[in-house]
Design a protein. Structure first.
Length: 217
């Protein structure tokens, strides 16, 4: 099936942001006196909304989580956003999709202005009709499902039959399913096969070339 509208996650799907995100998390935890996580624990922070990550993985209460997110953004906006690179083949894939008449959008758990800045930095923003992210406080769009809902509203889409979500973590796939949308999982990001299979991805691809094949199958 060839979809008319493609929603992309950002971190771990369009760009390899793991270093910057990880360093931002480490900065926030250190500033607040929390223990440094090992590499496996730190990897869990890559992808999900920060609001739930600091709560789930560091055991923070609501007040601590608000401060941790503030500190994370303090580091990320200044430095971490640029500890980042575009996955090989992504610009070419986006250009092909647009050339073929597809509508593209970003649906990311990253706060919306940061997503716009990163896409502009890498000259990818012009490919997308909509760039949807979390709001500043996480109260309006604090989950992936809510971000996807916002993206669909901005796209003026109400029929999910020709829309697909692309992402590297389970919350991408599960968030899409909440809106009746299929999700394609990518293994070159921060999730793994078991996670994406369990979430119900309709296809799982290992690299950008395989992603292109899946989108045109």
């Amino acid at each position: 099936m060839s979809w008319d509208v493609v929603l992309f996650d950002l971190d771990g799907t369009l760009t390899d942001s793991g270093l910057g995100v990880g360093n931002g998390v480490l900065y926030a935890l250190a500033q607040m006196g929390f223990p440094k996580p090992d590499d496996a624990e730190l990897r869990k922070y890559l992808g999900p909304p920060l609001w739930t990550s600091f709560s789930d993985y560091a055991g923070m209460d609501e007040t601590q989580t608000i401060e941790a997110v503030r500190l994370y953004r303090e580091y990320y906006n200044e430095t971490g956003a640029y500890e980042n690179s575009v996955y090989s083949g992504i610009p070419e894939l986006l250009a092909k999709l647009v050339s073929d008449g597809k509508r593209l959008a970003v649906a990311t758990s990253k706060v919306d202005y940061a997503a716009v800045n990163i896409l502009q930095h890498f000259n990818l923003d012009h490919f997308f009709d909509v760039i949807a992210g979390s709001d500043e406080t996480g109260e309006l769009r604090g989950t992936k499902a809510l971000v996807i809902e916002y993206a669909l509203a901005e796209l003026r889409m109400c029929d999910g039959s020709s829309i697909v979500m692309i992402g590297d973590r389970e919350h991408d796939i599960l968030g899409a399913k909440e809106h009746g949308l299929p999700g394609i999982g990518v293994l070159y990001g921060y999730g793994d096969l078991a996670e994406l299979e369990s979430a119900g991805a309709v296809a799982i691809v290992s690299d950008v070339a395989d992603l292109e094949l899946a989108l045109y199958r």
